[in-house]
Write a protein that binds this ligand. Structure first.
Ligand code: NDP
Length: 632
């Protein structure tokens, strides 16, 4: 190290080159050849992991056979918002199908102890102004969120039009009747004019495909099907059933971070098997100030959501209304550009990006020039430096809160902050100070095997009574596998066939070959950190289109081939240049378990959600339904 570099490192308090090296090392030791195949699917012998523990089994009802205008698949926030917006638009002939025993989607399933949302409730919980509901705290919890789903269900009369505990098996297009035949596991047959697919991006649990996973003789379950009959207690903890139990939890992602403190409080012994530590920043939950909420002017929630997502996507704002760990992290990244970038250079960069978007240029050329411009202005380094500084603070927090030095060291994440889902928690790290809690740091390798009695790692068998899988959800697998049902469109084309070489949609919502269908989700659409915001925008757009079709007597709507091809091109041209970043990251579901197959069309709309929502608003204002082929 020369003296200039040394004094730069001294001023920073860390050596960027050393950190870069460390990050690479930590990534490399985690890359595995089997990628997504390291997990086993929850079918066959493993299908019990997706049974619904929250209902009394044995529901019987007659199959429903009827025609209906709209079928909504999924009773999470997406499905509920779709139903709410349809009702507002005067479209009332719909049926909602949901496999769970109630509404809530991810919140229905994930009610493990400590489950809560770390996106601010005033942003995350949709339709607060419409319902007049006031969340008790800045960050809501599973119980309140589920209760709120019931508020929405009552207000928009969803129970009367829902088939709960019902799993869709197949959706098939009948061209001669211009309807979708929707079949379920309860032998329902709904002939729907339109189908809205809102099946949730993180809905299918996954299990590690480790030797002996079917050998363990004790109790096991996945966090998204928490077995309170075994553990006792509820979503607030008090797991009295574990008082004389030895428990292993596999995984230390956002879910484990929330339930570990409760397991630590109740279990006789808790072994936390860690492959990669999460980054744990300050949460700082606070009660809602009733005066503050009563002073908000109409339209406040949309303004707050827009403000939040603007900060998250680098759009300049005058004020940070939310002011929390999320917005601080993004202000830190983008703000570092804003402060350091000379305005002429910034203009030049924007002009450069603009000059190539919308034109038929090779993406390679655009990428090359944009990379050059960024490099020239030193922006890549500035963002990296801001990230290093942030993560140094996160690592220092482990030192400050954990008594045992080697445990603190093991809990320090060595990767860029957004390589994995950042976590915010004020009790997780401290749980490792308890004498009944052992962190088993597998140093990136994961557990070796399961035995009849417990978990094997590094030659030691950890005997336990119960293994809890906090191993997350399928992301990179086939659409129909994740959705849990097949979709056959025009001439029997399936979605898997349609998208085998990359996604193709119009506005992320329509797919040619699948008339009268609406696909909710972030791909080729506006992606928001507060996912419910984007789902509401999907719902507003869908309700507008259906209202227009009704007015115009249209019975068949499909994206034109031209509009779809043009949208795919737009998505590619606007795709954010994340390939290098993703490759530098430690593996996880954000980067396809380290096997980055960057296809710019399989991404979100790169102009950011705010630009995307504006685009949709303008499209609606034109009133032409352009890009859609309409048949009456
Ligand atoms: P994740 O996929 O984020 O985490 C899975 C965990 O399992 C990782 O720590 C992973 O390690 C670990 N793992 C996998 N295989 C093994 C193995 N063989 N041995 C040891 N560990 C293993 O799932 P989560 O359920 O935690 O979170 C999913 C998403 O849900 C989040 O990213 C977030 O979007 C959302 N969520 C949001 C919350 C919030 O609002 N606060 C709370 C909870 C979830 P590795 O990292 O090495 O792959």
């Amino acid at each position: 190290m020369n003296s200039a570099t040394r004094s730069h490192s001294d001023a920073l308090g860390f050596d960027p080159d050393e950190l870069r090296k460390k990050y690479r090392l930590e990534r490399d030791k985690r890359i595995r050849a089997d990628g997504n195949d390291q997990y086993v699917e929850v079918t066959g012998d493993f299908s019990r992991y997706v049974d619904d523990p929250y209902v009394t089994p044995g529901l019987k009802r007659d199959p429903l056979v009827r025609e209906v205008e709209v079928v909504i698949i999924g009773g999470g926030f997406g499905g509920m918002l779709a139903a709410a917006r349809l009702r507002e638009a005067g479209i009332t002939d719909f049926m909602l199908i949901e496999k769970g025993g109630g509404f809530g989607g991810t919140w229905y399933w994930n009610r493990y102890p400590g489950a809560s949302c770390d996106i601010e409730a005033y942003v995350y919980l949709p339709l607060l102004e419409e319902t007049g509901f006031v969340p008790k705290q800045k960050y809501t919890n599973a119980e309140e969120t589920l209760a709120y789903c019931e508020v929405l269900a009552q207000r928009y009369q969803l129970h009367e039009q829902a088939l709960l505990q019902t799993q869709v098996n197949a959706v098939r297009w009948c061209e001669d009747r211009r309807r979708w035949r929707v079949e379920t596991d309860r032998r329902d047959q709904l002939d729907a004019r339109f189908v809205i697919h809102s099946n949730g991006p993180l809905n299918r649990p996954k299990l590690p495909g480790i030797k002996g996973i079917d050998q363990f003789k004790g109790h096991t379950f996945h966090t998204s099907r928490w077995d309170y009959a075994y553990t006792g207690g509820d979503t607030f903890g008090g797991l009295s059933g574990l008082e004389n139990k030895r428990v292993a939890i596999i995984g230390t992602g956002a879910t484990a971070v929330q339930c570990v403190p409760h397991l630590a409080a109740s279990a006789q012994a808790l072994y936390v098997f860690q492959r990669t530590p999460s980054s744990i920043d300050v949460r700082n939950n606070q009660p809602t100030d009733p005066q503050w909420i009563s002073e908000q002017a109409p339209g406040w929630q949309k303004r707050r959501q827009t403000n939040f997502e603007s900060i998250m996507s680098g759009v300049p704002v005058e004020e940070d209304l939310v002011g929390d760990g999320w917005t601080e992290a993004f202000r830190n990244l983008f703000g570092s550009l804003g402060e350091h970038m000379p305005s002429k250079a910034r203009l030049a960069l924007w002009a450069l990006q603009g000059a190539f978007s919308g034109k038929r240029r090779e993406r390679g050329l655009k990428q090359y020039l944009t990379d050059r411009a960024l490099k020239y202005m030193g922006l890549v380094e500035k963002m990296e430096l801001a990230d290093f500084q942030k993560m140094e603070k996160v690592r220092a927090r482990a030192d400050a809160l954990i008594t045992e030095k080697s445990t603190a060291e093991s809990l320090k994440p060595y990767y860029r902050q957004f390589c994995k889902r950042p976590c915010f928690h004020d009790e997780y790290l401290q749980a490792f100070n308890k004498s009944n809690v052992t962190l088993v740091d597998t140093d990136g390798q994961g557990v070796e095997a399961f035995t009849e009695k417990g978990v094997l790692f590094d030659g030691r068998e950890y005997e336990v009574d119960c293994i809890i899988f906090a191993t997350g959800f399928e992301v990179g697998t086939d659409y129909s596998r994740r959705a849990g049902y097949s979709i056959e469109g025009v001439n029997g084309l399936t979605v898997s066939e349609k998208w085998q070489d990359g996604m193709a949609t119009f506005h992320g919502l329509h797919a040619r070959g699948f008339p009268n269908s609406f696909f909710f989700g972030p791909m080729q659409s506006g992606f928001t950190a507060a996912f419910t915001f984007a789902l509401d925008e999907n719902s507003i757009q869908t309700a507008y289109i259906l209202e227009q079709l009704k007015k115009r007597g249209i019975t068949r709507v499909e994206a034109t081939a031209k509009a779809e091809a043009s949208w795919v091109k737009t998505v590619i041209q606007k795709a954010r240049l994340t390939e290098d970043f993703q490759k530098s990251c430690t593996p996880g579901y954000y980067n396809n378990e380290g096997h980055v197959q960057f296809q710019p069309q399989n991404t979100f709309y790169g102009g950011g959600p705010i630009e995307f929502f504006d685009l949709m608003k303008k499209w609606r204002a034109q009133g032409k339904l352009s890009g859609l082929e309409l048949k009456s």
